[in-house]
Design a protein around this ligand. Structure first.
Ligand code: PRP
Length: 223
């Protein structure tokens, strides 16, 4: 019970809400408030729960660390969890960072049915490939690391598949949603071997987090 469970937490848009959730679950999260450049922080016992060793990482790395078993648990957006997949269980929808995946393009673009070769820029090539194939659209997928809204503006792509939260980035760059894909939020993921070894503690923590979830999804989720 006193051996910490290592948990990778995604930095960025989910960080603040995630910290608040673990604080509501009973953990002392003060170390995460001003983490400086330190990347690993101990979160002392949440009443009756195992202490946590919180690893601050970029979302794709959260999934890698949990998949490879160096972190037993992780919190990352469903977008990254789906994009990467791996040998882990997705045990809880934390209902944080609510947003959605969408196909978007410059206002007035005829994407479906229009003639010619289509190019779609995205940070999520696997999800985009699956989605376009379900729609029967044959398109070239161009992987972008940062704001893929730039790609149509620069003439690199006809459309993008990306996260839309407030819609401000699309609006301010003259883009509009062509098709909503599905809703997204943060997920708790659990390494398969870690779950076998520490099942009771992980179940208790999962239950406590479930009880500590925000009552409803709001539009104000940006960290
Ligand atoms: C995401 C996403 C969009 C933007 C959408 O990027 O890729 O660019 O947020 O949010 P909005 O609908 O509220 O405008 P993020 O801010 O996570 O940063 P990133 O580009 O570094 O991934």
């Amino acid at each position: 019970m006193d051996t910490p469970i290592r948990i990778a937490l995604a930095k960025g848009r989910l960080e603040k809400q995630c910290r608040a959730l673990f604080a509501r679950a009973g953990y002392d999260c003060s170390a995460l408030e001003n983490p400086g450049r330190r990347l690993i922080h101990t979160l002392p016992n949440g009443a009756g729960l195992a202490p946590l060793e919180a690893v601050l990482a970029k979302a794709p790395d959260v999934v890698t660390y949990v998949s490879r078993g160096v972190c037993g648990l992780g919190v990352a957006g469903k977008d990254t969890v789906m994009e990467q997949g791996g040998p882990f269980y997705e045990t809880l929808d934390l209902k944080l960072g609510a947003c959605r995946f969408a196909l978007a393009a410059p206002e007035g673009t005829v994407f479906f049915g229009g003639a010619g070769h289509k190019r779609v820029a995205t940070k999520f090539p696997n999800i985009t490939r699956r989605f376009l194939s379900e729609l029967g659209v044959d398109a070239e997928i161009i992987r972008i690391e940062g704001s893929c809204e730039l790609a149509p503006l620069l003439g690199l792509a006809d459309a993008i598949v990306d996260i839309v939260e407030t819609g401000a980035t699309l609006r301010e760059n003259g883009l509009a949603v062509l098709r909503e894909l599905f809703p997204l939020s943060a997920r708790l993921i659990v390494n398969v071997a870690a779950y076998k070894l520490r099942r009771a503690e992980i179940d208790r923590l999962t239950e406590r987090l479930r009880e500590s979830l925000p009552p409803s999804l709001t539009g104000e989720n940006k960290a």
